[in-house]
Structure formats: structure tokens, C-alpha cells
Design a protein around this ligand. Structure first.
Ligand SMILES: Nc1ncnc2c1ncn2[C@@H]1O[C@H](COP(=O)(O)OP(=O)(O)OP(=O)(O)O)[C@@H](O)[C@H]1O
Ligand SMILES: [Mg+2]
Length: 356
């Protein structure tokens, strides 16, 4: 920053001037001869919800445990609020954590569960009571303060676990797949609930998930991991339309990968791929420059209620056989069936070029 003129503040993630709430610098975690987290650089922006997203075993929990202080990195530095806390024990980091299996104390009431961390921190009784009340109201459980956990539904228990972690007013709230024990419907409700709580409290949240819908819906910032490495980081609006590589594209539901003679691959989402019978005459106008057009044969048509998934086998520019999937809205009966010769097209604006 050499110019003294005030720059236009960059929106959300572009704010490089604020100190990250937490930072990993060159962090690795090696178990025996297995590298679970491999030279990760990561900045967690304050007041935002960041998700760590990736398939099972990619190192999400290991990363979270190192942030929390439950395991020390083999190499690298962990900063929290700008301070080096690489060797600081968990209880001195001021963090709240909810694990995948959120064990509540069964013999304690909801209020006592939430008060637990405050007692450990020797918060005086009057303040403790006030904070427990506040926090239970925040998660919508004020009326169940005196209940025992076993009388609560899964979603209510999850909220108690969340309240227990929030009550200590953590500098950073770490959530490891907090919704994975809930049924599908409740999980979707709780996504919105966690976002609301995050918005109202301004807490910095790091949430681990392997569900891309959850990450897209909840994140300010998402971090895609594979085999202990960060593949891409950015807002859902940045990452979803522009995956950095084939792994990210695949993980986010891009199903069509077409090789180019010039090298590289283009990918396109099933909902942006059109399939028409080869017999329909095609005007030159819709063959937009740079768009995709391949001929192929339908191998499957799957009815899914609101839409149809049409699978086509075609040959790409490089001569390789490719399996293409088109997601089209189901309007009455499908004009396509297996064996049909078809033309598959996608407009240039929907193609994403991937490196080799
Ligand atoms: N204490 C340990 N000792 C040896 N290997 C470990 C240890 N903890 C984790 N690992 C290995 O490190 C890799 C990453 O594990 P981690 O728990 O971080 O994955 P994850 O991304 O959280 O996966 P999941 O989505 O299944 O929870 C896995 O291959 C795991 O087996
Ligand atoms: Mg895990």
C-alpha cells in the first residue's frame, strides 16, 4: 500500500488489512509416515463463517484439532488473533468447540450444561446465570432450561451443545460436523439457525463439513481440502462458478469433463448442458463461438420428478469417449430414450476451463 489516497474498501473477503481471527502458516501434521495435513496456509477472517470442506480423511478434523490446541502441528505456526499460539494449551486459547458427537452431561439440566464452561472459568454466579439465560434465548431453548438432555430431541440437544460453546464467548467457535447426527430436515433448519446465531453474535466460526450444499449455503468463505492440502479458498459465489481444478469441480457437482485438442479440459454443470435429438435442424446462430457441441448417443434417461437426468456417451475433441450428464426440467414425457442420436450443447459462458 504505497498510495495515501483512501482506497475503496473491498467487499467481504477482499479485506486483507484486517488481522485474521486465526491463521495457519505452513502447517503440517504427520502421523508416523502419513501426512494428514500437508503444508497448509490458511487465514480465517474475523466475524465470518468459514467452512472446511472435503471428502472423508482429507484432514478437516485434524486441522480443527490443531486450531483448538488438542494436537500440536508437526511443522508450522498457528496464530490466533495475531498471536503465536502454536504451543498454547486449548484452555488458554479462548475457543469454543462442538464435536461431531456433542456429549451433553446427562445428569445436568440444560442450564447447568450451558453453565459448565463458565464455572470452569470461574465466572461469578450472577453473571453466569445471566449469560446462560441469554445464550439459551439465543438458541431458542429458554423454556427448557430445567430439562434433562434425554428429554430433548436431537435438534434441541444440538442447540444445547452450541449454547454451551457460545456461552463462554469464544474468540473462535469451532464446529466439527455439528449437524451430522440430525435427520435431513432438521439439518437444513439448523443450517439457517447457525447462520442466524453467527450473524447476531458476530462470532468467528469455523465449521467442518463434507456436504457441499451445507458449505455453499452457510459459508462466507469456503476452504476445499484434499489429501491434507487446500485446493481452493473463496466465497461460494467465487468458488462455485469457477472451480480451480478438476477435484473441486467434481466435488461441487460438475459432472461433464471434455478434453480439448489444444490441451486442458472444459467442464460444465449438468443443468447447463442441453440435449436435443440429432434430427432437429440446428441453425448456425445457436452454435455460439466457443460453445460446446458434441454428437452422441443417449444411454440412460432417469426420471426424478422435477427433472430428468439424461446420460449421453459422446466422443470429445481428443477422440476420447466421454460420459455426459444433462439435467433437464421434466415437462411431460421425455422426447429422448436410450439409443437416440443426439446433439449436446453448452454455451461458452457456462464452460469452465480447467488446467491439466
Ligand atoms: N491420531 C491419528 N493417528 C494416525 N492417523 C490419524 C490420526 N488422526 C487422523 N489420522 C488420519 O489422518 C487423516 C485425516 O483425518 P481427519 O480425521 O482429519 O479427516 P477428516 O477430513 O476429518 O475426515 P472425516 O470427514 O471422515 O471426519 C485420515 O487418513 C486419518 O486416518
Ligand atoms: Mg472429521
Amino acid at each position: 500500500m504505497s498510495t495515501p489516497t483512501p482506497a475503496t474498501p473491498s467487499p467481504s473477503t477482499g479485506a486483507a488489512s484486517t488481522t485474521p481471527a486465526a491463521e495457519l502458516r505452513g502447517v503440517s501434521q504427520v502421523f508416523g509416515d502419513f501426512t494428514a495435513v500437508d503444508d497448509v496456509d490458511l487465514a480465517i477472517q474475523p466475524g465470518k463463517l468459514t467452512t472446511l470442506l472435503g471428502p472423508s480423511g482429507c484432514g478437516k478434523t485434524t486441522t480443527l484439532r490443531m486450531l483448538a490446541g488438542y494436537s500440536a502441528p508437526t511443522r508450522g505456526t498457528i496464530l490466533i488473533g495475531g498471536d503465536d499460539m502454536t504451543r498454547t494449551p486449548p484452555e488458554k486459547r479462548g475457543l469454543g468447540m462442538v464435536f461431531q458427537s456433542y456429549a451433553l452431561f446427562p445428569h445436568l439440566s440444560v442450564a447447568e450444561n450451558v453453565a459448565y464452561g463458565l464455572k470452569l472459568r470461574r465466572v461469578p454466579a450472577a453473571e453466569r446465570e445471566a449469560r446462560v439465560g441469554e445464550t439459551l434465548d439465543l438458541v431458542g431453548l429458554g423454556h427448557l432450561a430445567a430439562s434433562k438432555p434425554k428429554k430433548l430431541s436431537g435438534g434441541q440437544q444440538q442447540r444445547v451443545a452450541l449454547a454451551r460453546a457460545i456461552a463462554i464467548r469464544p474468540t473462535l467457535l469451532l464446529l466439527d460436523e455439528p449437524l451430522s447426527n440430525l435427520d435431513a430436515r432438521l439439518r437444513v433448519q439448523m443450517r439457517a439457525e447457525i447462520r442466524r446465531i453467527q450473524g447476531e453474535t458476530g462470532l468467528t466460526v469455523v465449521l467442518v463439513t463434507h456436504d457441499q450444499d451445507e458449505a455453499l449455503e452457510m459459508s462466507d468463505d469456503m476452504v476445499l481440502m484434499r489429501a491434507g492440502r487446500v485446493m481452493q479458498q473463496g466465497s461460494p459465489q467465487q468458488v462455485f462458478p469457477a472451480p480451480a481444478n478438476r477435484f473441486v469441480a467434481d466435488f461441487l457437482g460438475y459432472e461433464n469433463f471434455v478434453g480439448l485438442t489444444a490441451g486442458g479440459t472444459v467442464t460444465v454443470r449438468p443443468e447447463h448442458l442441453a440435449v436435443e435429438p440429432a434430427t432437429v435442424p440446428r441453425g448456425g446462430a445457436d452454435q455460439t463461438a466457443g460453445g460446446l457441441q458434441l454428437t452422441g448417443t443417449v444411454t440412460d434417461v432417469a426420471y426424478r420428478g422435477v427433472d430428468l437426468l439424461v446420460t449421453v456417451v459422446a466422443v470429445d475433441e481428443t477422440g476420447a469417449r466421454v460420459r455426459l450428464v444433462s439435467d433437464v426440467r421434466a415437462t411431460g414425457t421425455s422426447p429422448l430414450s436410450p439409443g437416440d442420436d443426439v446433439v449436446v450443447t453448452a454455451p461458452a459462458g457456462r464452460l469452465v476451463r480447467l488446467p491439466d
